[in-house]
Design a protein around this ligand. Structure first.
Ligand SMILES: C[S@@+](CC[C@H](N)C(=O)[O-])C[C@H]1O[C@@H](n2cnc3c(N)ncnc32)[C@H](O)[C@@H]1O
Length: 249
């Protein structure tokens, strides 16, 4: 399946159809992804990733898994923190995104970092093996939100930390409306003027519309079985950072 499928339909797909749609889209935008992401976030994405890493509690010697690692930006940050005593595994559906990530890893010679093709909903990683599981803008793209969260719980060691950054919707209605207009009118116009992938921009807008907002996602994460669920609004609530812990008993 190609991403010629309407983005509104793509954002509502489930199961393997959604995986194929998402993989095809990210395979196509892998080369300009870092530039697009920076433009969409008004240059703030790097700062948000640093915040996620800080709040994760990752430290030297820890085992970290980055699901939906993409071009590896989060995984690289984690790799510097865990050092050669630790291990970072980046998992992604898209071979082209991983190719970009691997180039960065090789350029920095980070032996503690590896990338694997895989699905965040069923990773084949060992159970109870990670101190930290991170997701940067991946959960919204997963074909099954609950399955992905259950997989995070399975991979985490008891007491381990889940940290997740994703698009969200501000709680204050006028601001929520402004961001809706920005997603659905300004961003497609920007995409058209800059020659960027318009379908990917439309998918971002539609998938954000259908994804639980910050408080609703907190509820889902709690319902799946995590403890100490917290979240922080970023960019007036257009982005959210969640943190949760796997129970020790
Ligand atoms: C918006 S990008 C984010 C990349 C990176 N985490 C970052 O911070 O920029 C989302 C990534 O998640 C990947 N992805 C989406 N669904 C996935 C799934 N079910 N399993 C693994 N990777 C997935 C996509 O291929 C893409 O590379």
């Amino acid at each position: 399946m190609s991403t010629t499928l309407d983005a509104r339909t793509g954002a509502r797909l489930a199961g393997e159809q959604k995986e194929r749609y998402v993989r095809s889209m990210f395979d196509r935008i892998a080369a300009p992804y870092d530039r697009l992401n920076s433009r969409i976030s008004f240059g703030r994405d790097a700062r948000w990733r640093k915040l996620l890493v800080e709040r994760s509690g990752a430290a030297s010697g820890k085992q970290v898994v980055d699901l939906g690692t993409g071009t590896g930006e989060l995984a690289l940050l984690f790799a510097h923190i865990v050092g050669t005593e630790g291990r970072v595994t980046g998992v992604d559906l898209s071979a082209n995104m991983l190719e970009q990530a691997e180039q960065k890893r090789a350029a920095e010679g980070l032996v503690q970092l590896e990338f694997r093709l895989g699905n965040a909903c069923a990773t084949e990683l060992p159970s109870a093996s990670a101190d930290v599981v991170a997701m940067g803008w991946c959960l919204r793209n997963c074909s099954d939100l609950q399955a992905a969260l259950h997989e995070v719980l399975r991979i985490l060691k008891p007491g381990g930390t889940f940290v997740c950054l994703d698009m969200s919707r501000p709680s204050f209605a006028p601001v929520r409306g402004l961001f809706f207009l920005h997603r659905h009118l300004v961003m497609p116009l920007q995409a058209r003027l800059s020659g960027a992938d318009r379908e990917a921009y439309r998918y971002l807008a539609c998938s954000t519309d259908h994804f639980p907002d910050r408080k609703a996602l907190e509820h889902v994460v709690r319902t799946v079985g995590f403890a100490h669920v917290e979240s922080w609004p970023l960019m007036m609530g257009a982005v959210a950072l969640h943190r949760a812990t796997k129970r020790t008993h």
